[in-house]
Design a protein around this ligand. Structure first.
Ligand code: THU
Length: 132
């Protein structure tokens, strides 16, 4: 998908962010190998610890729809600098693709940063292969 289209999609999705406590709105889009897109926003809770990041919602949405072949994860915020995903989200994405491409945008400035998840989360936790 073209970057311009992706950004305009994200501007719509971030409106659904539920962030009354932090006022920090986040949207995420997961793109699968076949080009399917799944969305997520951060959803906060009065019991703060129950809040969930946009990236995890997007990954769980892809998996719920039967798509585990995550290729790219796009993150959108309205902060001055693009954000990097939190440790919990890195681990969740790496379950499905430790080499996923992470692209983070500031919708305010248009700045963009690209990482490979390998660099953000080396030595991720994996359970031993139980089939051995
Ligand atoms: N948040 C995300 O959704 N993704 C990130 O990558 C960083 C943090 C959310 C969690 C919380 O709702 C708010 O941003 C402030 O931490």
């Amino acid at each position: 998908m073209e970057e311009k289209e992706l950004l305009s999609l994200a501007r719509g999705i971030i409106e659904n962010s539920y962030a009354p406590y932090s006022n920090f709105r986040v949207a995420a889009i997961v793109e699968t190998r076949s080009g399917k897109l799944y969305y997520g926003v951060n959803v906060e809770n009065a019991s703060y610890g129950l809040s969930i990041c946009a990236e995890r919602v997007a990954v769980f949405n892809a998996v719920t729809h039967g798509h585990r072949d995550i290729e790219n994860v796009y993150i959108f915020t309205e902060s001055d600098q693009p954000v990097s995903p939190c440790g919990a989200c890195r681990q969740v994405i790496s379950e499905f693709n430790p080499k996923a491409t992470i692209v983070s945008y500031s919708l305010r400035t248009g700045d963009k940063v690209v990482w490979n998840l390998e660099d953000l989360l080396p030595h991720q936790f994996r359970l031993e292969d139980k089939s051995k």
